[in-house]
Design a protein around this ligand. Structure first.
Ligand code: 5AD
Ligand code: SF4
Length: 439
């Protein structure tokens, strides 16, 4: 195939790990001489980097594939990511026009797999977890010049009863601290000032080299790199969330004062059924560390409603947890049965309407909490890392260290994207703040 024909289109579903994996895939393919294009029609290779966290996410992919059943003739269609890993070569039966099925642990071999396809093999798979390290490539194509992701650990060794991730992303593999630090320094040199350390369970990071850094150490060290002004991390598991992480945030102002700590349920009984490995009390102990910190740490969480066996009383425990913690944001989901997971055996007996009632009530309660918390910020001074501009509103938009969206006016003429601007908060809504730049 000539270079002209090596055009590819990629669309990404799911979480930040997937978004970042796509950046690595793009970087790798561009390095191999493929050209990225903006629409599937222009492309010879069409890739979907898929998510299977809930059934809805998975169905989106099949809808996309359906579309290319006829119009995809002459094109190579590749399924990447979590649905690919979960379904494997079964995809070829369901969608015979797909030629490549590859999970995230095999992306390093992507160029090789494409060569196989180019030489006539129409059924290529990459489904092994034999890559001992995280997918580590010098060719990542990062879209944002100021803030970006940095993978420190891949996979997950937990076995939450509802979760497909251990099956789609395999066992935990940590990168060496040397490789992480080297990439972080390179990013800082290129003008990046904000980094998000990524992993399905970042807290269980353990440097495989003799240095043996734990998560709190690498967090602190990345936050000390000259040029890096903000470090975030996601996602945390409460069981592996230890006090030294809070001590690090307290002692290093470059570590953002925000922790995303998914709780999933406020009922110890449901947590037990979910195999989360902590009780409500143990979770609250961690919240206590954050509340006792010197800095005001914003706390966000994920919650599942309608897990098998969740009674009205259990659900009330979750509602009550919102009041106890006073979260800054929550992401609530209706329970969805997933293949391979241990909760499958428990059935899915809570009716859809009841799940809807619970999720609406939960979001309503949380909205009231956010309105209250945000209104307390009126008058305060926040530092905003500017992301872009709402031209029609004549407003700049960015994030505070606590990961709140703050839209502001007062600085019109200059190019501000990437700058850190002090902003006085003047108004507050449930999901964002409005302010005026302090000149
Ligand atoms: N059903 C509903 N929500 C789920 N999540 C993970 N698995 C499921 C499932 N089977 C939610 C959890 C997790 C977030 C990323 O997605 O809350 O933290
Ligand atoms: Fe979706 Fe989970 Fe895979 Fe991320 S890791 S893409 S959330 S299934």
């Amino acid at each position: 195939m000539s270079t002209v024909e090596k055009t590819f289109y990629i669309e990404t579903f799911g979480c930040q790990m997937n978004a970042h994996d796509s950046e690595k895939v793009v970087g790798t393919l561009v390095h191999e001489g493929y050209n990225q294009v903006a629409t599937p029609e222009q492309a010879n290779y069409i890739f979907y980097n898929t998510c299977s966290i809930r059934d809805k996410a998975e169905q989106k992919v099949y809808n996309k594939l359906q579309h290319f059943k006829n119009s995809g003739k002459g094109k190579v269609i590749g399924l990447l990511g979590c649905v690919a890993q979960q379904e494997g070569s079964k995809i070829f039966d369901r969608a015979p026009h797909v030629s490549l099925v590859a999970g995230s642990a095999s992306y390093a071999k992507l160029p090789e797999m494409l060569v196989q396809i180019e030489s006539g093999n129409r059924r290529v798979t990459g489904l092994d977890f034999d890559n001992p390290e995280a997918f580590d490539t010098p060719y990542t194509r990062r879209d944002n010049p100021f803030r970006t992701f940095l993978t420190i650990i891949e996979g997950c060794d937990k076995a939450c009863a509802y979760c497909v991730v251990p099956f789609t992303r395999g066992p935990e593999r940590s990168r060496t601290s040397e490789s992480v630090m080297e990439e972080a320094r390179r990013l800082a040199d290129s003008g990046i000032t904000e980094l998000t350390l990524l992993g399905q369970n970042v807290n269980s990071y353990r440097d495989p080299s003799p240095v043996g850094w734990d998560f709190a150490t690498i967090l602190n060290e990345v936050g000390r790199i000259p040029g890096i002004r903000r470090v975030r991390f996601t996602t945390s598991h409460p069981r592996d969330f230890v006090k030294p992480i809070i001590d690090a945030i307290d002692s290093n102002p470059n570590l953002c004062d925000h922790v995303h700590l998914p709780v999933q349920s406020g009922s110890t009984q449901v947590l037990d059924g979910m195999r989360r490995l902590y009780t409500r009390e143990q979770y609250m102990e961690r919240i206590g560390w954050m509340k006792a910190a010197k800095r005001d740490i914003a706390i966000t969480t994920d919650i599942i409603v309608g897990f098998p066996g969740e009674t009205e009383r259990d659900f009330e425990d979750t509602l009550d947890l919102l009041e106890d913690v006073q979260y800054d944001a929550i992401f609530a989901f209706k329970y969805s049965q997933r293949p391979n997971t241990s909760a499958l055996a428990m059935g899915d007996h809570i009716p859809e309407e009841e799940k809807t009632r619970r999720i609406m009530l939960l979001n309503e309660r949380q909205r009231a909490i956010q309105i209250r918390r945000h209104s307390q910020l009126i008058g305060s001074l926040e530092e905003v890392h500017v992301e872009g501009r709402h031209e029609s509103l004549n407003q700049w938009m960015g994030k505070t260290s606590q990961h709140r969206t703050l839209n502001f006016t007062g600085r019109d003429a200059e190019a501000l994207a990437g700058a850190y601007v002090p902003v006085r908060v003047t108004r507050a809504g449930p999901n964002s703040l409005v302010g005026e730049a302090v000149v």
